[in-house]
Each structure stands twice: as structure tokens, then as C-alpha cells.
Design a protein around this ligand. Structure first.
Ligand code: FE2
Ligand code: FE2
Length: 216
């Protein structure tokens, strides 16, 4: 009995000691794994400041990017300005030759981003609003045309920039975009704008700008 007691006591003591020891070791481990120590303050401060600067820079970039099309005015003018901007990028891309692979890659990246942002604004705001206004057939046709533009972007993304088909595929994409843009600018948007009240138009403008900001 006494032995058991001693034994328990001994075990307990040993356990306790071991536990303390583990505790200390664990504390040391904790210190090395999770404690940044006294010198970490400036490092954390710099990291936080860096993240804040990065966030501010990104916010500023988004603001400037959307401001370019946003200053255009109403939602239809914002979207028309974006059509013009992407058409200017197509002109630059179509003026390249197969030796300008880096320039082609950069322009394809810019065109892809411009079309992604623009398509998101239309597919998330304008086309759903069109469907609500009983223009689902038109909205679905326009949406489907965006799909074929994305197919061309996919094909271009799979090609080497000096591929003999690059220029022709880019030209086909440009023609699709221009034809689609003219349909929106000359027929769909003016008719839809006219059918809406001033308040409804303002709401669409706000939503398009907000979406464009986050997509920028
Ligand atoms: Fe569109
Ligand atoms: Fe458009």
C-alpha cells in the first residue's frame, strides 16, 4: 500500500516534473513557434504598413481604372467608352508582327482583362435588368455572343504569340466584339435607356460603376 502510495506519489511527482518539463519545453516551443520576440514589433509594423500600402495602391489603381470609363456618365456611355478602349487595344494588336511576341502577349492580357471586366458588368447588371424588362431574348443573344468571344480568348491563350493563326484569330475576335458593341450601342442600349425612368437609369449606372470598380 505504502509502496503503491509512494509509487503513485513518485509517479505523480515524476509526472508532474515531466509535465513541468514538457510545459517548459512546450513554452519554449511556443516561444519559438508563435512568439515573435521583442524584435518582432518593427517587423510586424512594417508588414502591416506594407499590407496597408498595398491595399491603398490597389484601391487607387481600381479607382483610376474605373474612373476612366466612369467619368463618361450614364451606364450606356460608360460601356461605350469601354468598347472604344478595347477597340484601341485591338488596333495595336493587329498592327503587330510575329516577331513581337512579348508585345502580343501583353496586349492579349490587356484585351482579356478589359473584356472580362466589361462582360462582368453587362452579364451581372445590364443583361439581368434587360430580362426583368421582358427583353430576355435579346439579353440571352448578347450573353451567348460573349461566350464566343471567350472561346476566341481561350484559343489565343493556347497559341504561341508567333503562331501563323494568331493574327487571324485576333482579327476574328475583334470583328465579333465590334459587331456586338455596335448592336448594343445603336439598338439595345438606347431603347432600354429610353424605356427606363431617370431613377432606374441612375441605379444601373451606380451598379455598373460599382461592379467595374471591383473588377478593375
Ligand atoms: Fe456585351
Ligand atoms: Fe458591351
Amino acid at each position: 500500500m505504502a509502496t503503491r502510495t509512494r509509487s503513485r506519489s513518485s509517479n505523480s511527482s515524476s509526472k508532474s516534473s515531466s509535465s513541468r518539463s514538457r510545459g517548459n519545453s512546450s513554452n519554449r516551443d511556443n516561444q519559438s513557434a508563435f512568439s515573435w520576440g521583442e524584435t518582432a514589433g518593427p517587423l510586424i509594423g512594417a508588414a502591416v504598413a506594407g499590407a496597408a500600402l498595398g491595399f491603398a495602391a490597389n484601391f487607387g489603381r481600381k479607382f483610376l481604372t474605373q474612373a476612366v470609363s466612369g467619368v463618361a456618365g450614364d451606364w450606356d456611355e460608360v460601356l461605350s467608352t469601354e468598347h472604344d478602349m478595347v477597340e484601341a487595344l485591338f488596333d495595336k494588336a493587329l498592327a503587330t508582327d510575329s516577331s513581337q511576341t512579348w508585345k502580343r502577349a501583353m496586349l492579349l492580357m490587356q484585351i482579356t482583362h478589359a473584356l472580362d471586366k466589361h462582360a462582368h458588368e453587362e452579364e451581372t447588371i445590364v443583361y439581368p435588368a434587360l430580362r426583368e424588362a421582358n427583353e430576355a431574348v435579346t439579353a440571352d443573344e448578347l450573353n451567348s455572343e460573349h461566350g464566343y468571344m471567350k472561346t476566341h480568348l481561350y484559343e489565343l491563350g493556347q497559341m504561341e504569340a508567333n503562331d501563323p493563326e494568331w493574327l487571324e484569330t485576333m482579327r476574328e475576335l475583334r470583328d465579333l466584339v465590334v459587331q456586338h458593341a455596335r448592336m448594343e450601342e445603336n439598338e439595345v442600349f438606347p431603347k432600354f435607356k429610353q424605356a427606363m425612368t431617370e431613377e432606374q437609369n441612375e441605379k444601373i449606372t451606380t451598379l455598373v460603376n460599382k461592379d467595374g470598380f471591383w473588377m478593375a
